[in-house]
Design a binder for this molecule. Structure first.
Ligand SMILES: C[S@@+](CC[C@H](N)C(=O)[O-])C[C@H]1O[C@@H](n2cnc3c(N)ncnc32)[C@H](O)[C@@H]1O
Length: 955
């Protein structure tokens, strides 16, 4: 028998008896291929193989270690030669032309990029896990092996001292984070097995060290130490208004879930209470990846706070709470799709060769929009962590700058500095995190930038026509590159910016510059100086239109200073700093409520100055975007009819105040928020003021609604606005020819808020014909064809989860999964008993008879039960397990039931061994038809069919 075969057949026997197999999720069973018996763990299977099929159990297997070692040596040598000249040229330029990092730092980073990446693990720790947590036993077993794993007698270079397979990183808590001291494939078979088992039961997660930083930053200052009850208390932060009961976290781009799991672990550390009082929404539009997250979370401690959702993060819906007001999040993680050039350490030579700047430029817009949505969804005093595994400033600092500029500027959001002694583990046992500060100056490369064609731009008014907006956007430039105040242009500056590596002694690239004037023609606009606030006009018409286009993106001197002051607070992790990949994160805090711009019409008989005085604010004209509005406000010399109102922190307050002054709201600048209800005030026959709602079909008033922002029908803004709401716009083929007007009808319907009647009209929007976007990871789930199952129920109302009142479809939740603790399980029993939310037989108590804490999950069980009792099907166990694991896999799509039945399906399954029942409901929609509330469950056709088949017991 050869070595490999022997190794596979040998079974690690140590500690098997301590494995609590009864706690293992039955869906994780492993089958013996020889006799088809099922086992809860590999170890059990190996035990069986030994007993029943005569496989060897003697000692640890001997690995073909020599060959593994030589393989490793060969790959280390190959890695040291990895090179991408374009990558090197680009980052050297960024170092020289901006302040990204020192050239020395880049050279060291480059050396590290050529070293293999150490595999890091997050373990269930003594503090994360409870002492009764069976996962801990797996971890202890692995750790023991880590200490003792000398079977392969791997020795360090100098001494004959056997090294451990696991070692600690000086920056992380050794009880939760460990690094593989030698590649896992060199571990003994027993250790590999232990690792695999520990991963199977969710006791160990592989995760890069730098990727562990964002969740730690996100929860910094939030979670109090264990409360008096020992169960962990409500997360809190001093200067933040935390809801009495609930703490809300959104992971906007969550799959495959490493950071979500880390967040769940962190909450679990604090006890059931912290979990129950937290709603953690993990969102990702890519269903396959979300499924991976769903699977991984099934065994994660703290999963009871998790809600999975599959929306496009750019359009993540506004959830509504009791009373209909919006639920903003305390914390949001925006770990966005990126070029990933910080992960070069784990990439192959082929992947290194693929590096190019166009990739980076193409992602910028999506990244900005995701961060904008995150900034809009976070509450005042709340925090957003923006992170990427790229080192490119266009994907990082430029995105942070641009997104903040779009939602209110540095006055409303600020990048929070990370404390200089910030540690990723307990202060006493870990070193302060090593990182570099964020950049304030950088250049934007031509999309065809190569080491031979090193063309780049410092300022946004230099962008040549042919690539403007297509590949290079003004928002990619550094704050100083977005100034229109260029008084003098030196002769050198007028030359195309073509960088020659030959001129730089430090450069290792010796390729002569190819000045390819045909392919790449950088352009410098030549004008003698233009200050947007001066009366002086730019020379040519053409320039004028270019400038006015850019004006929207330009920064004043004050703004430039403000951004330049906050950008260094961003955190860049270079590969040598944590011995990890390269990484970027920015911790952004919302310091103001929403930014409102309110239009006040000129009123009959009142002069402009009277109106200005009346509203003790400034009156502006011709504002077309929030950015422009801010600029005007800053300049304080514009005239017109737009009124900026900041005396009230809520729109409702502002509206009331305005009504008292006889005006009404016509529009506002923050397009992300739903549109307000519109009211006019008119005098009735008796001279009393009367509120009149503006009717939806009142075209005259409707026209006025958006005039302040859109009266010039700025196509770009219009498109942005329509995109935001998922509406067709003039470039959309579905609109009638020549219809370049703003689609008023649709906007009002979408912004209709919680009223179900309004929401039904969403159906008008047929997303199935939306062209799919190729080239990046995003998957627009709305492209799918849906099959509709309609459930008619007179009692059906909105669904509630804790403080959040939501109608999943109304708010756009398309896949929503709330794992619910089983009342039979120990944890759930103690939590529900304390809270007295259920009677001893498990039936939920009426709201007024409950006492104590009441978790989100309890709420969801009760509410769904209350509203859909007759529609809950208690499925046989195996069906539910398969349903949960396979319904998303769509492997049942060819099963077509002969008779289709109308009916909604909510599956609930409870089991003692599963630690809880899980509830799965897909794409619910509440609407009203002929005054009958209708709950519609929308799902993909094949999923629906498989569900139907399950219900009709034909499965
Ligand atoms: C860097 S990965 C996230 C990794 C994840 N946070 C983790 O730690 O495991 C980026 C994710 O963004 C998702 N994504 C792509 N387009 C998106 C969009 N429009 N909205 C939200 N997420 C998107 C991708 O599906 C991908 O899973």
């Amino acid at each position: 028998m050869d070595h490999d075969k022997q190794a596979k057949q040998d079974v690690p026997m140590s500690d098997i008896s301590t494995y609590p197999s009864s706690s293992i999720d039955p869906s994780l069973v492993i089958q013996c291929k020889l006799c088809s018996l099922s086992f809860a763990s590999r170890n059990k299977l190996f035990e069986h193989l030994y007993e029943q099929h005569g496989h060897s159990r003697e000692g640890s297997p001997t690995l073909p270690f020599a060959s593994a070692q030589s393989r490793t040596a060969a790959s280390v040598e190959a890695r040291s030669k990895l090179q991408n000249l374009d990558h090197e040229a680009y980052y050297r330029i960024q170092c020289r032309q901006g302040d990204l990092m020192s050239l020395e730092d880049f050279e060291v980073s480059l050396q590290y990029f050529r070293k293999p990446l150490p595999v890091a693990f997050r373990l269930v720790s003594e503090t994360t896990g409870r002492s009764d947590d069976f996962r801990l036993q797996y971890v202890r077993h692995l750790r023991d092996l880590g200490e003792k794993d000398v079977s392969h007698q791997r020795t360090d270079k100098n001494e004959n001292v056997p090294s451990q397979i696991l070692k600690r990183s000086p920056y992380f808590d050794p009880s939760t984070v460990q690094v593989a001291a030698v590649p896992t494939r060199e571990w003994s078979e027993a250790a590999q097995q232990a690792l695999s088992d520990a991963q199977d039961v969710g006791a160990v997660n592989r995760q890069e060290l730098c990727s562990m930083v964002p969740p730690i930053l996100l929860l910094m200052d939030t979670i109090e130490e264990k409360g008096k009850d020992g169960g962990g208390s409500v997360p809190q932060k001093n200067n933040e208004k935390v809801e009495k009961e609930h703490f809300t976290i959104l992971d906007l781009a969550a799959a495959p879930g490493s950071k979500t799991l880390q967040l769940m672990d962190a909450l679990y550390t604090k006890g059931t209470a912290a979990c129950d009082r937290t709603m953690l929404v993990a969102n990702d539009p890519n269903r396959k990846r979300l499924l991976t997250l769903a699977r991984r979370s099934r065994l994660a401690p703290g999963r009871s706070c998790l809600v999975l959702n599959a929306s496009d993060g750019r359009y993540f819906p506004s959830l509504r709470k009791w009373g209909g007001y919006k639920l903003k999040f305390n914390r949001i993680l925006a770990d966005v799709p990126c070029s990933g050039d910080g992960t070069l350490r784990k990439l192959s030579s082929k992947e290194w060769a693929k590096w190019n700047v166009l990739n980076h430029l193409q992602l910028h817009k999506l990244q900005v929009r995701l961060l904008v949505r995150a900034l809009q969804l976070v509450k005042k005093g709340g925090r957003v962590v923006y992170s990427t595994c790229s080192l490119d400033p266009i994907e990082n600092e430029a995105v942070v700058t641009s997104a903040i500029a779009q939602v209110g500027g540095p006055g409303a959001y600020k990048v929070v500095p990370i404390p200089s002694n910030f540690t990723l583990g307990p202060e006493m046992t870990t070193q302060a995190m090593q990182y570099s500060r964020g950049a304030t100056r950088w250049v934007v490369p031509h999309p065809k930038f190569t080491h031979q064609n090193q063309v780049f731009y410092h300022r946004f008014d230099e962008i040549p026509e042919d690539i403007r907006t297509k590949h290079i956007l003004p928002s990619m430039f550094s704050p100083s590159g977005r100034s229109l105040e260029r008084i003098e242009i030196s002769e050198e500056e007028k030359e195309p910016v073509v960088y020659s590596p030959m001129m730089d002694g430090m450069s290792q690239v010796q390729t002569p510059v190819v000045q390819s004037s045909q392919t790449v023609q950088p352009e410098i606009l030549q004008f003698s100086g233009y200050n947007q606030h001066d009366d002086e006009k730019p020379a040519s018409e053409e320039l004028s239109s270019h400038i006015s286009e850019l004006d929207e993106f330009s920064f004043t001197r004050d703004e430039i200073s403000a951004y330049e002051a906050m950008l260094p607070n961003c955190c860049r992790i270079l590969p040598h700093q944590l011995d990890s990949g390269g990484f970027f994160c920015a911790l952004i805090e919302r310091s103001s409520p929403s930014f409102y711009a309110i239009c006040c019409p000129k009123q009959k008989g009142r002069s402009e100055s009277e109106i200005t005085n009346m509203f003790h604010g400034k009156v502006f004209r011709g504002v077309e975007s929030p950015q422009q509005l801010q600029k005007l406000i800053a300049s304080e010399n514009a005239k017109g009819d737009l009124f900026f109102f900041e005396g009230h922190s809520t729109l409702e307050g502002a509206t009331k105040w305005l009504h008292q002054h006889g005006a009404y709201i016509k529009g506002r600048s923050n397009i992300a928020l739903p549109l307000p209800e519109l009211v006019t005030l008119q005098n009735d026959n008796h001279g009393f003021q009367k509120k009149t709602k503006i009717r939806n079909n009142d075209s005259e008033h409707r026209q006025q609604l958006y005039i302040p922002l859109f009266q010039k029908a700025n196509p770009k803004l219009l498109k942005e606005f329509c995109d935001f709401y998922g509406l067709p716009h003039s470039s959309d083929k579905r609109l009638k020819k020549g219809a370049d007007n703003f689609p008023f009808e649709d906007i009002v319907i979408i912004g209709g808020g919680t009223r179900a009647a309004a929401v039904t009209t969403c159906e008008l929007i047929d997303n199935s014909s939306k062209p799919s976007k190729k080239g990046n990871e995003e998957t627009d789930i709305r492209q799918s064809k849906y099959f509709r199952l309609v459930l008619v129920s007179k009692e059906t109302q909105s669904l509630y989860a804790g403080a959040a009142k939501f109608n999943p479809m109304e708010v756009g939740l398309t896949l929503c999964w709330i794992p619910i603790p089983n009342t039979a399980s120990n944890a759930a029993q103690s939590s529900t008993a304390k809270a007295r939310t259920h009677s001893p037989d498990g039936t939920p108590l009426p709201r007024n008879e409950r006492s104590g804490r009441y978790g989100l999950a309890d709420e969801a069980v009760e509410v769904v039960g209350r509203h859909a009792t007759k529609r809950i099907f208690d499925l046989p166990r195996e069906h539910t397990v398969r349903l949960l694991s396979e319904s998303f896999l769509h492997d049942l799509y060819d099963v077509i039931p002969s008779t289709m039945q109308e009916g909604g399906i909510i599956a609930r399954y409870s089991s003692d061994t599963l630690e809880g029942c899980r509830l799965l409901f897909l794409s619910c929609k509440l609407s009203v038809h002929n005054k009958i509330p209708i709950l519609e469950l929308l799902m993909e056709e094949r999923t629906a069919k498989s569900w139907l088949r399950l219900l009709t017991q034909e499965y």
